[in-house]
Design a protein around this ligand. Structure first.
Ligand code: ADP
Ligand code: MG
Length: 686
């Protein structure tokens, strides 16, 4: 029997649960908070808290936890039980409105980028009324924002919510000018596609590099990688299928609409996509999804790797952030309709995105920058570190005609004819898909493809929402000032295209020619994350975020510092893991094998050109190179440590060392090599 309808959302304190469990006036107060952003009174919160506790305890929960998203990129939780002493040696279950609304975790151990001195440890978590509470492993989780004692955001949720308010405000102004009086809100909608690897747990445990850093720091190429293209969309192996099934069911229980799953390009690589939702809900859900992916893998004797580049030589993992704007009435503002060339409202919103992306290229690039993602961007498996927009032939043609003030002839949708009579013919899309663009228009939404797989999607969505809000603000200011509305709209569209068309590119973003062309167009290219973070504190960006009330200058500086710090720490861990692995396991193995070969040679010294001699010579040469590489790495590690030092000195030293070790792996006998091979890692899950 299909149990999906029954289990879906069963662990979520959602609207229908509230409707049945809350007194009418409290339910109404909650609804009002949801739709009109009004604060919720403590009386109502008390009632909701009690109903939540009853519901949660009926489902076996004993604890509650404020659940938040500090600047570490992962979520944080602090569990408290519902238990209070009843006076007679017994205990009661209790949960008050104030415990629901506000928590007070010690903030001193979370990154604050200098916003909070360690002696001011106090931090607050504040209930996000717009995101449902849920039960996971016996605990009631309450989604919250996280801020310092003086109110600065220490998390990713607060600015995300503020960016949603900013775009809501500006988009509504535009809609009103178009005569729309029915929409009460405009919401950014997001569907993140999540890529991941699944590796056998026992094999993984023998790879300290994966255990420490989430990726392999060494590993020679296996005989078979992804060259046969037989994994992408390939049939899903039973062990993986069982994992996916359980994952999907658990996500459904949490009210997450997990819907698409398939194998990805690399062996052992897969993808999961949910149905899109409001940006903040999509963000919460994606964090939860990543959590569940790891937990459930463990139950199946697997390890789920969310690192952007777990294996050299095969594709890494990304996250595609599908983004659109919808009214509370369900209209998608990026839907071109049947005759897009006449759809001024659609074209104005499209122009707003084009302007935003062109004007804030560096900020968008920065929102996808991390040590892990540096391995993917520009490596012909993900978009290059140059931001551009793909629109496709139809929209491109329309925009060209508008800019040139020419008549536009609607493209006819042709039938797809396969020639086989049993296959049905259907109307083709007007454009093919482009998989190489960092920011592609895909019919009625934009797909931002630069995100790394382990990312919180909050950062990139804060950037998109706020920059588009700024374009819309400028458009609305201009339109409100001029009496002749329609001609002014077309004027703005035309001007925006003229000024920002350099950002539009419909060709192959992976090609070398594009790099040159982009440079000619004056587009920015930032290959390394270490050089990307400072975009956050550019005067233009500070002005943008402060104007829209999304982040203060202080918060931006702190975020910039945190990014630098995270980058340094990540590379530092990797480098030390490399050194430890080398000295503790790889060098002893190489020496053992050398000794074995030397013994053989000693025994039969009459053979001059023997295999063992050939091997020993090669390995000795590589060992000498290895020593040199190791000393260079250690020297660089001992020096002053800025993100740029790590990027320009430590990472290249690690790469050189790795190259030597990977060649050694191909020469040293398997019985001596201390690490499971790429072949074992990538092809072990059946
Ligand atoms: P692809 O063919 O790009 O791999 P998928 O089906 O894997 O597409 O994922 C597409 C994602 O885009 C899904 O999460 C889907 O819900 C989301 N999506 C679809 N329409 C919209 C929209 N209007 N706004 C935001 N996201 C959307
Ligand atoms: Mg997909």
């Amino acid at each position: 029997m299909n149990k999906m309808p029954e289990i879906f959302g069963s662990m979520v304190f959602n609207e229908s649960v509230m409707q049945t469990r809350l007194p009418k006036e409290v339910y109404k107060a909650w609804k009002k908070t949801m739709s009109q952003n009004t604060p919720l009174e403590l009386d109502a919160a008390n009632v909701i808290a009690n109903a939540m506790k009853d519901w949660a305890t009926e489902k076996g929960a004993t604890h509650f936890s404020h659940w938040f998203q500090p600047m570490t990129g992962v979520t944080a939780e602090k569990h408290d039980s519902f238990i209070v002493p009843a006076g007679d040696g017994k205990a009661l279950m209790q949960f008050s409105g104030s415990s629901l609304v506000r928590g007070e975790p010690d903030a001193s151990s979370f990154p604050s980028g200098g916003l909070r001195a360690t002696f001011e440890a106090r931090g607050y978590t504040v209930w996000d009324v717009t995101s449902y509470a849920f039960i996971k492993e016996g605990t009631l989780f309450i989604p919250t924002a996280f801020c310092s004692y003086s109110g600065e955001a220490l998390d990713k949720k607060t600015p995300l919510l503020k960016s949603m308010e900013a775009i809501n405000k500006q988009a509504l102004r535009i809609l009103r000018l178009f005569g729309n009086t029915s929409a009460n809100a405009v919401l950014p909608m997001v569907g993140p596609e999540q890529e991941y690897f699944l590796i056998d747990k026992k094999i993984c445990a023998r790879r300290p590099d994966i255990v420490y850093s989430g990726r392999t720091l060494f590993g020679a190429r296996p005989p078979k990688g992804q060259e046969l293209d037989d994994h992408y969309y390939g049939s899903i192996k039973p062990r993986v299928a069982a994992y996916m099934k359980e994952l999907e069911e658990e996500l459904w229980r949490l009210g997450i609409y997990a819907t698409t799953k398939h194998n990805e390009a690399a062996p052992a690589q897969h993808e999961l996509a949910p149905i899109y939702a409001k940006a903040n809900i999509a963000t919460d859900h994606n964090q939860l999804t990543m959590d569940m992916m790891k937990n459930i893998a463990d139950r199946h004797g697997l390890v789920c790797l969310l690192h952007e580049k777990p294996f050299a030589g095969v594709n890494g993992s990304g996250k595609h952030n599908n983004w659109s704007l919808a009214t509370d009435k369900g209209a998608n503002l990026l839907e071109p309709g049947e005759t897009p060339h006449e759809n001024a409202q659609f074209l104005l919103f499209l122009a707003a995105v084009i302007k935003a992306v062109d004007e804030y290229q560096d900020l968008l690039r920065c929102s996808c920058a991390s040590a892990g993602n540096d391995h993917r961007l520009g490596a012909s498996e993900a978009p290059p570190p140059i931001i551009s927009i793909f629109l496709g032939d139809e929209l491109g043609g329309i925009l060209n005609a508008i800019e040139a003030k020419e008549e536009y002839e609607n493209i006819e949708h042709h039938e797809l004819e396969t020639g086989a009579t049993v296959l049905p013919n259907f109307l083709k899309d007007t454009t093919d898909r482009n998989r190489t663009s960092p920011f592609a228009f895909t019919g009625n939404k934009f797909e931002f493809r630069m995100l790394g797989s382990s990312f919180s999607i909050a950062g990139p969505n804060i950037a998109i929402n706020t920059t588009v809000a700024e374009s819309l603000r400028q458009f609305a200011d201009e339109l409100e000032k001029h009496p002749e509305f329609t001609p002014r709209v077309w004027k703005i569209i035309r001007r925006t295209l003229r000024e920002h068309k350099r950002i539009i590119f419909n060709g192959d973003n992976y090609s070398a020619e594009w790099e040159q062309e982009a440079a000619r167009r004056g587009l920015s290219s930032i290959p390394e994350a270490a050089d990307a973070f400072s975009a956050l504190v550019e005067p233009k960006v500070v002005e943008l975020f402060t104007l829209h009330g999304v982040l203060t200058e202080g918060e931006l500086h702190s975020r910039c510092d945190i990014h630098h710090e995270n980058f340094c720490k990540t590379v530092n861990v990797e480098a030390y893991a490399m050194v430890e692995l080398l000295k503790g396991a790889i060098i002893p193995a190489v020496l053992d094998y050398q000794r074995e070969l030397a013994d053989l040679i000693n025994k039969k010294s009459e053979y001059n050109n023997s295999l063992e001699k050939y091997l020993l010579e090669n390995i000795s040469n590589l060992s000498a190179a290895l020593l040199e590489d190791l000393l260079i790495l250690e020297k660089n590690l001992a020096q002053k440590k800025s993100a740029s030092h790590y990027s320009k000195k430590v990472i290249p030293a690690m790469a050189a060392l790795r190259k030597t070790v990977d060649t050694l792996e191909t020469l040293v006998a398997k019985k001596h090599w201390p690490l499971p091979s790429y072949g074992e890692l990538l092809h072990s899950v059946r």
